[in-house]
Design a protein around this ligand. Structure first.
Ligand SMILES: [Zn+2]
Length: 259
């Protein structure tokens, strides 16, 4: 149950070790309550508090923002969103505070219930707004794609950038049954194994078989980052240029007003 494909703020090193036990326990109890009702489908905000729902609605407005001609300002975000809505899977949105631990995690994607038929997986996209608010923005945050994460964006636009990254993971993973199974087996089961392995043997001397699994997991995690990073770069560009367009309109209006 443990282990997320995670997106860190500031740095692009993405080889996390394991997730938080609490999330697995919580996921199980949610699964139980849902098991007798019809499967939920699409992007699902049932798990958000009222405060987080307000934040979420601000993000959603960004996803669906249009220019004066009615064209989407952020087509990549909108496209990813629509693909998830149509996917047949349920993607729960969760938001978490930074908590006590100093964390660098901005967002995560996780398969909560793997459907062997590939028809109705349950997955989680989790955003960490506090971490995103605190994220370092500067030359050292430059990504492979050449953009600097969050640069020039407002608070909710940064959340939308991370959402874009996680939605790209969701589309890429959930749309391919083999890949989804690999996420479940190569990442999530390995993390679970590693956690219980560590409890029994400690983490000092890792046996070759465990080492092999971890290496395989890390290589796969790295592979999964590529399409998500590429999508995030596009999302960032669209957010940044949408902002410029808005500013242009605003200064035009101000200019017109003065005359
Ligand atoms: Zn990622």
């Amino acid at each position: 149950m443990l282990g997320w494909v995670k997106r860190f703020a500031g740095i692009s090193a993405l080889l996390m070790l394991f997730g938080v036990a609490e999330s697995a326990a919580r996921a199980q109890s949610v699964e139980k309550t849902l098991s007798n009702s019809a499967p939920a489908i699409g992007i699902n905000t049932d798990r958000l508090s009222n405060k987080d729902l307000r934040r979420w609605n601000a993000i959603k407005q960004i996803v669906f923002a249009e220019d004066a001609e009615g064209e989407p300002l952020h087509p990549t975000l909108r496209d990813l969103w629509k693909r998830l809505e149509r996917s047949g899977h349920v993607i729960y949105i969760e938001m978490r505070g930074g908590g006590r631990a100093v964390s660098n995690i901005a967002g995560g994607f996780y398969i909560e219930r793997f459907d062997p038929e590939g028809v109705n997986h349950a997955a989680i996209i989790r955003l960490y707004p506090d971490t995103i608010d605190r994220a370092y923005i500067g030359p050292n945050a430059r990504r492979h794609e050449g953009f600097i994460a969050f640069q020039g964006l407002g608070r909710e636009e940064r959340y939308a950038e991370v959402l874009g990254h996680e939605m790209a993971h969701a589309v890429h993973i959930l749309s391919d049954l083999t890949r989804a199974r690999m996420v479940e087996e190569v990442i999530q089961q390995t993390n679970e194994l590693f956690l219980s392995y560590g409890k029994q043997n400690g983490y000092a001397n890792i046996e070759p078989e465990m080492r092999r699994r971890l290496d395989q997991r890390d290589a796969f995690l790295k592979e999964l980052e590529e399409p998500a990073e590429a999508a995030e770069a596009l999302v960032w560009r669209e957010l940044a240029s949408g902002r410029q367009a808005k500013n242009r309109n605003r200064s035009r209006e101000a200019f017109a007003g003065r005359w």
